[in-house]
Design a protein around this ligand. Structure first.
Ligand SMILES: C[S@@+](CC[C@H](N)C(=O)[O-])C[C@H]1O[C@@H](n2cnc3c(N)ncnc32)[C@H](O)[C@@H]1O
Length: 369
């Protein structure tokens, strides 16, 4: 049968390598997020919205995002302790045949006699386009918004408006993990024939000013999207991870957005714990250097950045760690032993109150010459 969808794929398709990478991050991060939600006495309900959920399965039987998201909770070692929290899952897929597949996959999971679904899990599959679903959700809110993690994973640039994202995730505890299909944005941003779509996507029309080509264009479009997520949606912390293919080309980005510094830290920890794959890699930049999310940790860009940023000052270890979390691709677990200790050995920092050289417990002051 000839596929007739805009994306040119069948109901179920082969899972590309970058999708596996995306899934690994999603699962790693959600394991941490569920633990925070389940362990908080003030959270009685928490929601996960998979707005572009797909058919629930790939051609070789690999699980799709809804299954992975659910299993991240069901298989969590501490799930049994969280019966005071209701976890609500909303899986949305617009295409009718993919939705039928998704519905069947979820029904199998929910009715598995070897693992009955716990009462504090509620699953809602939906067959809408994302904007309709978003409006319905917002109209249905009567008792205030709940902590919500939204995974927004479209093909291309359609139907994920900045304004809807803002409204859905306006509650302080709203978080977003969104796939930004840079390839198609790059192709059409200044073509003039889909400006309405791009105005929705970016929440402004500044994309029309993108340079015509090259690195400058990429940086312009990327930075515009990032700054709109901060400005329009008031996310305090936004970080993008570039997905780079075997040929070294950036195809797209994953953006993670939150208002919680610890959540931001956990997402970066998830990025750094990814297995290495020959087919894709993730990268970021710091201090004019490439930062590869690679198990073989290279903290030289971070060392250079800290030396520059704190030059001439004596600051607390907390200030250093918070800066690393908020403003660099690195996370808190990489600061002391992997970054500051070698900097001290190289004479790039010193401390006026350190008890033991190379260790930085709370209260330690660090001098950057
Ligand atoms: C990249 S795939 C999702 C993959 C899935 N999240 C996963 O990781 O396994 C995007 C899905 O969005 C669906 N879709 C396309 N436009 C949509 C829309 N406007 N609203 C909701 N779903 C849409 C497509 O049919 C496709 O299944």
């Amino acid at each position: 049968m000839t596929p007739r969808r805009g994306d040119n794929l069948d109901t179920v398709w082969d899972r590309p390598a970058h999708t596996k990478a995306k899934h690994d991050i999603l699962v790693k991060y959600l394991q941490a997020w569920f633990a925070i939600m389940g362990g908080s006495s003030w959270v009685s309900k928490a929601g996960v919205l998979d707005g572009f959920a797909g058919p629930g399965v790939y051609s070789e039987g690999e699980p799709g995002s809804p299954v992975l998201v659910l299993n991240a909770l069901l298989d969590h070692a501490h799930f049994g302790r969280w019966d005071g929290t209701e976890f609500i899952f909303l899986f949305n897929e617009q295409d009718p045949e993919r939705y039928a597949s998704l519905d069947a996959v979820i029904a199998d999971l929910a009715n598995d006699p070897s693992r009955p679904l716990p009462k504090n899990i509620k699953i809602h599959p939906a067959n809408r386009n994302f904007s309709e679903l978003g409006e319905e959700l917002l109209n249905g809110v009567t008792n205030g918004l709940i902590p919500l993690f939204a995974f927004v994973d479209p093909f291309g640039y359609k139907d994920c408006s900045m304004d809807l994202i803002r409204r859905l995730l306006q509650y302080d505890k709203g978080e977003l993990f969104i796939y930004f299909d840079f390839n198609s944005v790059n192709r059409f941003a200044t073509a003039g024939n889909v400006d309405d779509r791009f105005e929705e996507l970016f929440g402004c029309d500044d994309f029309k000013n993108a340079p015509a080509s090259g690195e400058e264009r990429r940086i312009f479009l990327h930075d515009l999207y990032e700054s709109q997520l901060r400005k329009v949606c008031s996310f305090a912390h936004v970080r993008s991870f570039a997905m780079v293919n075997e040929k070294g080309r950036i195809g797209n980005y994953l953006f993670f957005c939150t208002r919680d510094l610890q959540a931001f830290d956990r997402m970066k920890a998830a990025m750094w714990s990814l297995d290495r794959s020959g087919e894709y890699r993730f990268e970021d930049r710091l201090a004019d250097q490439e930062v590869l999310f690679d198990p073989e940790l290279d903290t030289r860009p971070l060392q250079d950045e800290l030396a520059l940023h704190f030059a001439g000052r004596t600051v607390s270890i907390d200030e250093v760690v918070n800066y690393v979390i908020a403003d660099t691709p690195y996370y808190s677990g990489q600061v002391r032993r992997s970054t500051l200790k070698p900097m001290q050995a190289d004479g790039r920092i010193s401390s006026p109150n350190q008890v033991r050289r190379g260790t930085y417990p709370a209260g330690t002051l660090i001098t950057f010459p």
